[in-house]
Every structure is written in structure tokens, then in C-alpha cells.
Design a protein around this ligand. Sequence first.
Ligand SMILES: Nc1ncnc2c1ncn2[C@@H]1O[C@H](COP(=O)(O)OP(=O)(O)O)[C@@H](O)[C@H]1O
Ligand SMILES: [Mg+2]
Length: 220
Amino acid sequence: MNSLNKKDKFIIHDLRNKIFQAKSCLEIAADLSPYLTDNVWLERSNVATDQAHQLLEELLLSNRNSGMPNEKSDKVTWNLQEYIQTHAKPDLEALQRMYPIEIEVTCHYQPEAKYVCLNDSLIKRIKDNVVDNAIKARATNLSVDYDLKDDYYVVTFTDNGCGMTTEKLDKVLLKQFKKDDIHGLGTQFISATAKDHNFVLTYHSELGIGTTVRFLCPYS
Ligand SMILES: Nc1ncnc2c1ncn2[C@@H]1O[C@H](COP(=O)(O)OP(=O)(O)O)[C@@H](O)[C@H]1O
Ligand SMILES: [Mg+2]
């Protein structure tokens, strides 16, 4: 990431303060009107503000790291099974709490430990984008499968949304080469992050049935 200038940093700190103010107002409102505590929107907005706050922290942190000589230093080695348990699953659970979509996670592990080299915040944002697209496609269910094979692993997201025709999918995937097109940033981000991690990304979609996004990933 390019390093942030003073103005960007000011904006981020300002945003962070505003998010805190909004969160405090919500807390005061819930204190004054206890019946609000059971309100699902209040709960979701709390999760959303927490996430926004975390995202801003990451932005500031990645800026701090951006001065480092090694561009790849932002990737960390993880035990994959532990990573799925302590990061991937909780992230998906948080998204499920925040949005009106059922997220089912299945995992197939290996008897011995497998290691991977990942940038956690980018991987997290892949999930955000996949879930966002599924919701926009009016999916009610998203199944996420982690399949650890001997020599590689596969992560598959399958939604039951509106799906796309082949022509539409081709158009979406080709968009990433038109840098001046500001639409379709989600799939652009997913492709770029997959490329950065040496994942092989494939999309499969059927109109009226749903969409599958599949990442074939190497171990480190
Ligand atoms: N899971 C999906 N199901 C159906 N259509 C999708 C899905 N993911 C992406 N699309 C289509 O591809 C388009 C581009 O997606 P994306 O790059 O994430 O951009 P955005 O979400 O900003 O529109 C979407 O507007 C949608 O038409
Ligand atoms: Mg999107």
C-alpha cells in the first residue's frame, strides 16, 4: 500500500473519533431505553462500528509497516488449521451476525500440521467482498469449505443467489483489466489478492442457481 500522507492520517483519526462518538451515542441510547438492548439493528451497528474501527486500525498499521524494505513482510506464516479456527471461522461468524445471510463452514483437515503464508487483513477482506456480493445477489445461504489436501488446499464459497450468465461472468472478470472502470472493485480486489498470494481463483455461476468462488492455494 502507498504510504498515507498527513491529510489521510488526519482523516482516518477523525473517522475513528466519529465512529467512537456514534458508538457512545448508541450505548447511551441503550442505557436510557433498555428495551433497545434486544434490538437486532443496534447489535449489528455495534458489530459494524467495531469492524470499521478495526479496519481503520489496520490502515494505520499497514501504513506503519509500509516503510519496511521487504514488500512481502506483511505476510505471516500460520498453522493453517489454527488460522481457520482462530481467524477464518470467527471472521465468518462475525459477518453472519452482521448480515442477513446464513453462513455454513465445513473443514477437512490433515493429520499433520500444514503451514501457509498469508496477509490476514487482505484475506479477511476477501471474505467481506464475497459475502457482500452474495448478499447483493440476494443469497440466503453461503457455504464455505476449507479442504486441506496433501499438497495444497482449496477454499470454496458457494452462494444460492441470483447467479450470472456466462456472458455476464466474463464481463465481470474482464473488468479488472479496465483500470478506469470504477465499478466491480470487489472482484478486482479478490483477483489481486489471490494473485498476490499465488492462489488460483475460479468462478462458476449459473443463472438462478448461484455462484461458486474457488481458491486453490499452495502451502508455504
Ligand atoms: N456472487 C455473485 N452472484 C451474482 N452476481 C455476482 C456475484 N459476485 C459478483 N457478481 C456480479 O458482478 C458484479 C461485480 O462485482 P464486484 O466486482 O464485487 O463489484 P460490486 O459489488 O461493487 O458491484 C456485481 O455487481 C454483480 O453483478
Ligand atoms: Mg462487490
